[in-house]
Design a protein around this ligand. Structure first.
Ligand code: GLP
Length: 246
């Protein structure tokens, strides 16, 4: 990790770029290169002003710009913080790994279990499969950098993957390699309080607000590939969707 001081050098007033934009760039670089991590507090305005050799008004203007970019959030009475929540477009059929990378975060997982079996009656109904169809099951905690985001249970129809070990870090990457990545999905979001086990895995407290997101993914020919249940911490994810008039 780069020390923050490396990004906070006195700026050059003779540069053509306005000073507040130079400040904005220096702080943006510090966030993107992880000298400041998610939810870290930004140094006090006066300290930033003296380190960068600019006025506090310039610092405030830069901070306002970074808030607009979604990189900083200000909390009343306690200062400015690096944004910790992730905004996810509810209508995009992307994977957790892709979502995190697109935000400059590093996706990580802790594997809890992977197993082979046949569909449960519930999975058979949801995936419209005959009883006895072989499936692979994956159970992971998913992290953005080191922050736990979700506990995920994914069932994949076994015929869609060459083997259970073909999944390394990303299920969608493994499916894509063999041309079986879902191209359409149904997704349902439901508010749910975190139970003891999921709360523990997500470093939250039992009964904290959570979100259950269920996804059924289909191939081009309409056959189901996956049934996923992801339990998110309610305070880390915002699902957004663009609405249009029918
Ligand atoms: C999201 C989706 C899941 C999907 C997963 C794949 O979390 N809600 O339905 O299985 O992404 O993620 P990855 O390819 O990173 O394993």
């Amino acid at each position: 990790m780069n020390p923050l001081s490396q990004f906070l050098k006195p700026l050059d007033p003779d540069q053509s770029q306005p000073l507040y934009q130079q400040v904005q760039r220096a702080l943006r670089d510090a966030i993107q290169q992880r000298a400041l991590g998610p939810d870290d507090a930004l140094p006090a305005e006066r300290d930033l002003a003296s380190a960068l050799g600019v006025s506090r008004i310039t610092i405030r203007k830069a901070i306002a710009g970074l808030e607009q970019e979604g990189l900083l959030v200000s909390r009343r009475g306690s200062g400015n913080f690096v944004a910790g929540r992730v905004e996810k477009n509810f209508a995009m059929l992307t994977s957790f790994s892709e979502d995190m990378r697109a935000r400059g975060r590093t996706p990580k997982s802790t594997w809890l279990k992977r197993s082979e079996g046949t569909v449960t009656p519930e999975e058979a109904l949801v995936l419209r499969l005959s009883p006895g169809t072989p499936v692979f099951r994956f159970h992971r905690v998913r992290f953005a950098d080191n922050a736990p985001m979700s506990v995920e249970f994914v069932t994949i129809v076994a015929s869609c993957l060459p083997g259970i070990d073909s999944v390394k870090d990303s299920i969608y990457a493994a499916l894509e390699q063999v041309g079986n990545r879902p191209v359409r999905a149904l997704q349902r979001l439901r508010a749910q309080l975190l139970n003891g086990e999921n709360a523990r895995l997500l470093e939250a407290s039992e009964g904290d607000a959570g979100l259950l997101v269920e996804r059924i993914g289909f191939l081009r020919d309409g056959l189901a590939v996956e049934f996923a249940q992801s339990y998110y911490r309610g305070d880390t994810y915002d699902f957004v969707a663009e609405l249009s008039v029918p």
